[in-house]
Design a binder for this molecule. Sequence first.
Ligand code: ZN
Length: 246
Amino acid sequence: MRVETVADGVHLVRASAVNWVIVDDGDAITLIDGGYPADAGALAASLAAVGRTPQDVAAALLTHAHVDHVGGLAALTRHHDIPVLTGETEARHARREFLEQAGPADIVRNAWRPRVLLWALHAARLGALRSVTLPEAHAAGTGHLPGRPVPVATPGHTSGHTAYLLPDAGVLVSGDALVTGHPTSPRTGPQRLPAFFDHDPEQAAGALDTLGTLDAGILLPGHGPAWRGTPADAVRRASRRAGGPW
Ligand SMILES: [Zn+2]
């Protein structure tokens, strides 16, 4: 787990296979996503690394409810009273009223790609096959939270996928709608995840257009390193590569 401070009070945490974000306004913290089930210890350690405790977390926001983004969070919220917020649709996903996630069959179909096989084995060790639910997840406003995050509906990867713009810091937290790397990809730089990870790849392409209209100078994705540049430029680079070899 590595913690990188990318802007005043904004920290990108990079665990072994997924990222989360800590936003600190000096009073309290907004946490965005929370890693695999096996990342629970790293999640607590990342708060300690920025001088915080779980009691300082005003709320946890979800970009989406895939197991690699909510697993560690589920453990944290079992022990601490932390509101879990996202949009209406993704809140239902987080409560597991439905599940939109690549399953073992999707992985097996793609396992002839060595990177996919290696990633799948690592993900399984991190708890990817465990069923995780956040029964308390609900929809609510976020403007009062540290960083004044603005939710941006970016459906496609999941039906309720939500990106978050941090206007004061000029940071866009893009979740899995736009990433800058992934263990299944040989490339770094703005890109889309392999299509089999998207619930609706066509809709996910539309979400990129939405992201491209936003005003920010730093992109913090769900997977891969922080990237400096405008969302429009990031989207251009990601679109150029769409459909290419991975
Ligand atoms: Zn995802």
